[in-house]
Design a protein around this ligand. Structure first.
Ligand code: C2E
Ligand code: CA
Ligand code: CA
Ligand code: CA
Length: 286
C-alpha cells in the first residue's frame, strides 16, 4: 500500500502538485512508522517529563511549573511533542499518554510538596481529546486521591483548538473541574479564532499569551499592542495573565510594565528534569 502511494505520488508530482502531495505522503509514512512505537512508549518507559518554571514577575519567586512531555524512542531517538502529540491525538493514544502525564506530574508534585515546596503548583497540558472523554473527571479525581495532591495545586492548560465543535460539553467538564478547585488556563491565547468566546463561556482563571506575540513585541507594534490589550482584557475579567516564551529582559520589562502577573521562558530556564528544577529553585531561594 505504501508503495502504491509512493507510485501515485510520483504520478501526481509530474502534474505539478509536488509540494502538497509530498507532505501528505511524508506524514503518512511517518505516522505508520511512529504509531506502533508510540503505542509501546509507556510500557517501554520511554516517556518522561521536563519541568519549566513559571515565575511571579513582581516578586521573582517560582509559583508553578509546567510539565512538558518528552519521548526518547528506542528506534527514533528523541522526538518533540509537536511531532508525536498530534499523532497521539488522532489515534486516541493521547488518552493513556495523557493519564500517564497527569499521574507522573502529580506524583512529582507530591514529592516536592513533601520536600517543603508547599506553594508550588503543577500545570499539565490537556488535549481536548482527553477532556471530552466521559471518564476524564474521574481520572483526574483518582490521580489526585492517589497522590494526595490538592486540586488547588493543579492547573490544567487547555487550548481552544478542537473545543469549538462542542463548547457546551467542554464548558460542562471544565466547570466541574474548576468547581473542584482545579485551575484552568487557556493556553496559546490569541492564536485561534475563538479566544474571546471561550473567555466568556469558560471557567478560566488564567490566560497564557502565546509565545508568537511575546517574541515579536519588541519589533512589531501590532504584537506589542495585542500583548498589552490581552493583559488588560484578562485583568478586567479578573484573570491572571502569564507571558509565554519570555527570552529577553526587555520582554520581561514590557510585561512588568503592563502588570502581567507571571512569566515563563528561556530567560528563566528551559524545561529541566526534576533534579535540576529543584537545584534551580534552591538557587532562586538564596
Ligand atoms: P505549549 O504548551 O505551548 O508549551 C510551551 C512550549 O514552548 C514548550 O515546547 C516549551 O519548551 C517551549 N518554550 C518555553 N519557553 C520558551 C522560550 O523562551 N523560547 C522558545 N523558543 N520556546 C519556549 P515543547 O516542550 O516542545 O512542547 C510543545 C507543545 O507540545 C506544547 O506547547 C504543548 O502544546 C504540547 N505538549 C507538551 N507536553 C504535552 C503533554 O504532556 N500533553 C499534551 N497534550 N501536550 C503537550
Ligand atoms: Ca502549555
Ligand atoms: Ca502555550
Ligand atoms: Ca504553543
Amino acid at each position: 500500500k505504501a508503495d502504491m502511494a509512493l507510485y501515485r505520488s510520483k504520478e501526481v508530482s509530474r502534474g505539478g502538485y509536488e509540494f502538497f502531495d509530498h507532505s501528505i505522503l511524508e506524514n503518512l509514512l511517518r505516522t505508520r512508522e511512529l504509531e506502533p512505537a508510540l503505542r509501546q512508549a509507556i510500557t517501554r518507559n520511554e516517556l518522561h517529563l521536563m519541568y519549566q518554571p513559571q515565575v511571579c514577575i513582581s516578586g521573582g519567586e517560582v509559583v508553578g511549573v509546567e510539565a512538558l512531555i518528552r519521548w526518547e524512542s528506542r528506534e527514533k531517538g528523541a522526538l518533540s511533542p509537536n511531532e508525536f502529540i498530534p499523532l497521539a491525538e488522532s489515534t486516541g493514544l493521547i488518552v493513556p499518554i495523557g493519564e500517564w502525564v497527569l499521574r507522573e506530574a502529580c506524583t512529582q508534585l507530591r514529592e516536592w510538596h513533601d520536600e517543603g515546596w508547599t506553594e508550588l503548583k503543577m500545570a499539565v497540558n490537556v488535549s481536548v481529546v482527553q477532556l471530552k472523554r466521559e471518564s476524564f473527571i474521574e481520572t483526574v479525581t483518582t490521580i489526585l486521591n492517589e497522590t494526595g495532591v490538592s486540586p488547588r495545586s493543579l492547573v490544567l492548560e487547555v487550548t481552544e483548538s478542537g473545543i469549538m465543535d462542542n463548547v457546551e460539553r467542554a464548558t460542562q467538564i471544565l466547570g466541574a473541574l474548576s468547581s473542584m478547585g482545579i485551575g484552568i488556563a487557556l493556553d496559546d491565547f490569541g492564536t485561534g479564532f475563538a479566544s474571546l468566546t471561550l473567555l466568556k463561556e469558560f471557567p478560566v482563571e488564567q490566560i497564557k499569551i502565546d509565545r508568537s506575540f511575546v517574541s515579536n513585541m519588541e519589533t512589531d507594534v501590532e504584537s506589542a499592542t495585542i500583548v498589552s490589550a490581552t493583559i488588560m482584557l484578562g485583568h478586567k475579567l479578573g484573570l491572571r495573565v502569564i507571558g509565554e516564551g519570555v527570552e529577553t529582559t526587555r520582554q520581561l520589562e514590557f510585561l512588568r510594565n503592563e502588570d502581567c502577573e507571571e512569566a515563563q521562558g528561556y530567560l528563566f530556564s528551559k524545561p529541566m528534569c526534576s533534579d535540576d528544577l529543584v537545584e534551580w529553585m534552591q538557587g532562586c531561594d538564596t
